[in-house]
Design a protein around this ligand. Structure first.
Ligand code: SF4
Ligand code: SF4
Length: 266
């Protein structure tokens, strides 16, 4: 059966999603790794169906004093998005097309080649190509109505869907509020420095766990090692590993004024 873009868009919208588009595959294959990935997971891919799941601002506004509501919500944002991706995939398959989900979160490729976490496609680029927004100074997608407060999801398909128009408007107002709010000084006009960002954004993530282990190895007494293993840092590692959510810093999302709601005074 011939599927078309308006049908797919209205299906995704019926799932409660406001921001959805279709990006052509070619401009997304910006390097050999992406090309090989896409060939392997979806031969003859034509486009990516991409959507944004809105991250409520009031939850983010609890940051930086308390990042727990935001951390807790992330898990649901990702599982809601994954569920909708699965439904899109099933609709595509029913019509005789492939529909392969691009993981929006773990697992992503972690290898010596990628040197860190790297997705199968760059979802920010996919969303920008589909006209959902533009790249901001915080290195995130800035959407007109919700600023950077969206999580992105995508499904690659060999269905020849007409792309939604790319929007050349720059939604970032260059106010620098994200740059000033970043506790790690990781943001600049040229983007985000992940080496500066990760100790803050993944305070109890893998880099800190590895460092913690190497500190234990530095020949301290058994008593001291046990004391450390029973300490608060381990409690926080346990929480991060149990929940599977490592993000501790949301300030580049929270601080952006684009599309911010002005809530009434308490
Ligand atoms: S997550 Fe935090 S540390 Fe990382 S760039 Fe954003 S504001 Fe800076
Ligand atoms: S906070 Fe300002 S500079 Fe940063 S992305 Fe938003 S609009 Fe752009």
């Amino acid at each position: 059966m011939q599927l078309n873009t308006p049908d797919i868009i209205s299906f995704v919208k019926s799932e409660g999603i406001e921001l959805v588009g279709v990006a052509p595959i070619k401009p997304l294959l910006t390097d050999e790794r992406y090309k090989k990935n896409v060939e392997r997971i979806c031969p003859n891919a034509k486009c990516v169906i991409v959507f944004g799941n809105i991250f409520p601002q009031s939850i983010l506004d609890a940051c930086p004093e308390n990042a727990r509501p935001a951390r807790y919500s992330l898990e649901t944002l990702y599982s809601e998005g994954a569920e909708i991706c699965l439904k899109i995939s099933r609709v595509l398959e029913k019509n005789g097309y492939r529909g392969v989900i691009i993981p929006a979160y773990l697992p992503v490729e972690m290898s010596y080649q990628t040197f860190g976490l790297k997705g199968d496609l760059n979802l920010k680029l996919v969303a920008a190509e589909a006209g959902l927004g533009s790249r901001g100074r915080n290195d995130l997608l800035i959407t007109p109505n919700y600023g950077p407060r969206v999580r992105l999801f995508g499904v690659i398909t060999d269905a020849d869907l007409k792309p939604t128009p790319k929007n050349d408007k720059d939604y970032c107002t260059d106010c620098r509020m994200c740059i000033e709010a970043c506790p790690a000084e990781a943001l600049s006009e040229t983007g985000c420095n992940p080496r500066l960002c990760s100790p803050y954004s993944m305070k109890y993530g893998l880099p800190r766990i590895l460092q913690f282990i190497s500190e234990l190895e530095k020949g301290e007494s058994t008593k001291k090692i046990f004391k450390k293993l029973q300490g608060m840092e381990m409690w926080n590692f346990w929480q991060a590993l149990s929940q599977g959510s490592y993000y501790e810093c949301f300030m580049c999302i929270q601080s952006c004024p684009v599309g911010k709601i002005k809530f009434g005074k308490a």
